[in-house]
Write a protein that binds this ligand. Sequence first.
Ligand code: 13P
Ligand code: ZN
Length: 269
Amino acid sequence: MKNILEAPFLREICKTASNMYRQGWDERNGGNISVRLDEEQLTPYLDVKNVLRTIPTKFDAEKIAGQYYLVTGTGKYFKNVEDDPETNLGIFRISADGTEAELLWGYKDGGRFTSELPAHLMSHIVRQSIDPTSRVIMHTHPTYTIAMNAVCPLDEDEFTHRLWQTNTEAIVVFPEGVGVLPWMVCGTNEIGIATAEKMKEYRIVLWTNHGIYGAGKDLDEAFGLIETVEKTAQIYMLTFGKVQNVIPDSGLKALAEWFRITPKKGILQ
Ligand code: 13P
Ligand code: ZN
């Protein structure tokens, strides 16, 4: 067996967690990441028949039975992932009946997957059905996005419009806009269901007064989406109350034409 610590998927999630920590998005144990893996990616490193223990999922994950996931551990600090992946991460398979995670590697201290597993797996189910190449769900606490969400109405079209008006690349990177959930208790199946419902339309979902979810085909794409929202929110907050110039709707339409993208209907005049 090859050394799993050298597997590209493991190196990448470690680098990503460190990077997110350095952005200041993931204080303490804030944030969580899940990556869908293929059996063929794992077999050089792991005996996938060797289940270390099982952990109840506490919701019905039958739609993704047999799939493999690499997921950050609950209570674990992103700043520590790179130094000790085997304690801070885990790899498991969803059991045939969808009620258990079959742990194959990691959570070495007896730990378990993130408390936000319902939102992750329910979002994976939705995003895969829209785009079979979708593999990553990322949750984090980016400062300016949370600040902007606190000073803006919760209306998704209004929030999306303000982002698009603030930064030229916003409409290009997320033409479908941004989903917004009202404040809810985190870690529950309810917030998981609500997040997944939004993921039918959006790859970015804000959790009011909490943080953001991003979906992508790989870690770079999910990170890049969140990074673009956060950069835009930072500009919004730095200029809040003193704005002289925003991109007019005619300009946003011209961008859509130039980049051949279809912005969400009903936002631009
Ligand atoms: P976990 O430590 O369970 O992943 O929770 C962190 C978090 O961001 C909760 O929303
Ligand atoms: Zn959180």
